[in-house]
Design a protein around this ligand. Sequence first.
Ligand SMILES: [Zn+2]
Length: 457
Amino acid sequence: MEHIINYLRTHRQQHLDELFDLLLIPSVSTLPEHADDIRRCAEFVAQHLSNIGLKQVEIMPTGGHPVIYAEWLEQKNVPTLLIYGHYDVQPPEPLDLWLSPPFEPTIRDGEIYARGASDDKGQFWAYIKAIEAFLKNDSVLPVNVKLLIEGEEEIGSGHLHQFVLDHAEQLKADAILLSDNSQYQRGTPTICYGTRGLVHGEIHVQTAARDLHSGSFGGLADNAIQVLADIISALKNEREQVTIPGFYDEVAMVSDAERANFESLPFDDNELKQEIGIRDVIGEEGYPPLVRRWARPTLEINGIVGGFTGEGTKTIIPAKAMAKVTMRLVPNQDPQKIADAAKAYIEQTLAPSSARVAFIGGADCRAYLTPMNHPIFEPVTRALRATYGKEPVFARTGGTIGVLSTFSNTMGVPIVMIGLCNPDDNAHAPNEHFTEELYYLGIEAAARALYELREWK
Ligand SMILES: [Zn+2]
């Protein structure tokens, strides 16, 4: 293994140059004008995978942007790992807040600045460089690998769910490995073993055929914004509990061991207040902060529209209002059940007779969890300890990677997420960056993980 690490350390400049080539391509998935860039990015990655000796490299169509598939399956009696990543990126706007152009990668103060540097180009590229190092030096990999690099993660992986179902046999593996998340905190190697699920919806309220004169009809006609506000405020109680009937029925309790782990991780209310500019830390009564962040479901109002908000005064009773809502789910909540329960509660219980109220929502995905004590985490722990010279911590994430629940439902295999970048890398924001040193260490961590996992199972 040490010859691989030595090789990686003497090829850092090459690995940086290649990442820069990848970061130059503005593969923004949400904007139609970047469709050619998406295609070019997929071709760039696929070509590279062929060049380094991976087999069956293919750009495979989906209903949307294509996925890249590649494999190397030439070892006997070793596990097969499916490595997941995404080559698409978020839009870079607002451009004027970038200190250097988003698609001209630049190093400042030891940080690689570019859209996609950490999310997720720099992180999935680390695995490709680790694979290359083994193939160049040993002509074999310590494990068998399949790579699945998608192009729609930033727009919800809408077509990947079906793709995974349609190609279940081709994608079959003993475990799934990915890095599309950050370390728990700066300088802390992190194994992430769970994400939350998601339900989304819109609450539409209509109280009259049109906006009404508040002088003529105030005191007679209901107000759509008032009704919407009442509904929204009834969705949670004063203990920050969601009031949708049955919402918590299937929530898996956190084991004592996991709760102890959460409580062992540093978490400082004051630091959080500083970092994100909040005045108080709030949350569901009776649960410590990291349990609330990772292992309890939440409901948020994401946006609200209605009425008159222009300059001056307009004395109306607005007839229509709408709010967008999302809920983060945890194991074992069923997103469809939750969406149905929200609809019934909002439309039948909370809606007053004076208004037409509709909840239009849908189930996005379930949460996923690999048990913290799963044996796969032992070799991964060894790999991270050797790379970073520290014991890794175990964390969940409060966020959602939709395809993971599809993977775990179709394959039933453990999923390991290794955070390679810092938590304050501005993913999705202007001046996204990836610490140059962490990029190189990430490649070493990926190489050591492949090596250590050879005897797992
Ligand atoms: Zn990502």
